[in-house]
Design a protein around this ligand. Sequence first.
Ligand SMILES: Nc1ncnc2c1ncn2[C@@H]1O[C@H](COP(=O)(O)OP(=O)(O)OP(=O)(O)O)[C@@H](O)[C@H]1O
Ligand SMILES: [Mg+2]
Length: 442
Amino acid sequence: MKTLRLGIWLHLLLAAAVGIALAFAVMWMGVQVTLDRYVRDEFGTEAVQVESVLQSYYAVLGLRAAEDIAREVVAKSGGQVILRSSGQVVLNVHRSSRAACAEGGMSSAFVLESPFGGPALQGQFCLPGTAGVAPELLRPLLLPAGVGFLGALAVSLLLSRRIVLGVTSTARAARRFAAGDLRARVEPTGPREIADLGLEFNRMAQHLAEAQEQRQALVADVAHELRTPLTVLRGYVEALHDGVSAPEPALLEVIHTQAVQLQRLVDDLQELAQTESSTGLALDLHRLQLAEALTTAAASFSLSAQEKGVEIVVEAPEDLPAARADERRIAQVLHNLIGNALRYTPRGGSITLHALAADGQVRTEVRDTGVGIAPEHRARVFDRFYRVDPSRARETGGSGLGLTIAQGIVQAHGGAIGVEPNPGGGSVFWFTLPVWNQDGPA
Ligand SMILES: Nc1ncnc2c1ncn2[C@@H]1O[C@H](COP(=O)(O)OP(=O)(O)OP(=O)(O)O)[C@@H](O)[C@H]1O
Ligand SMILES: [Mg+2]
């Protein structure tokens, strides 16, 4: 924790120091460039003035007078004046021993003409460069700049402190969480982004804690579900073993039924694990005509429906669009919904399998005229192992996982599933599937 805090401090301070240093460097260069430009402009006008004065003196009074005036100019403004005739230097005036032209100062060339037949002179007027002027000008700025630097450093220290506090409190909570304390949460502090980091951590921790709780609940549920058939089986096997009961067909039939129930439960659990896996359910998506799927499903229940005296009707419009779905998985959903409907619909009732297009989706309804589901149970029938009447469901062998698995399958398709009361009595279980789109992936 200490090294993390130190690391963040160091990084933030280094970033602040580099930023401030860069700002000063840019300012320094800016002043230098502006100064240079200003001096060059000034020099330009001065050079023109010198040239015209020298020209007048040379033209009217000759070389001597031009030399005098050149000396005066140099004495006033510094720099250097050089005059050449046929390449030979006839005049070289400079204030100090430093020759401005030779030192790379600014120079301006000109030509002096004489109307009285004197030689035309080539002239050059030079000024020392601006190098060294900027530091001179900037010296008075050093104190305010130093104060600014310290101020910026102080502000960045304060900001760093807030960031460090926020990050370390998140790191502390993460460590506690990793050590098994699932209630570890962050008190979000610091700048908004850092506080958001804390909030995100809390969200993730909440999610993981819930997942852990669900896992524990699942193990408890499974243990509970396995206990009843195992107890029954154990009782019968012990009775056989002790010679209390004889291995008669009726008894063996009960043992077999319990074993089948256990097998179903394990199969359903495996199915559930698949629908709830993080990688999702592997679907083989194709163009599915719901009317055909409903007819096939109805046919597979026709015998048991006939025995029970319940009528199954299929209703699907001719122009029903095809759905994008995994045929085998949707058959599984229909199997559970129709199986449930048949189980809870008394003799003389009916089950209607209805398909329709709605909001760009294909909607399938399984309507029954059965016992219906009370509103307080309706929201929970999709929960794992939930049965409205556990004793009755156990009689029929239902594990209470059918609707949970159906929900997982429909949601993996990008659809929704739900239940509503049937206006005429009974329930309407519905689910939606995306419409098959020619351009979409097959
Ligand atoms: N059509 C229906 N009418 C009345 N109650 C229903 C209907 N469908 C489901 N239920 C209720 O919802 C519960 C959960 O249904 P689900 O299909 O998940 O489990 P199950 O049928 O009991 O067992 P499984 O489907 O795993 O064999 C059922 O036990 C039942 O109480
Ligand atoms: Mg069921």
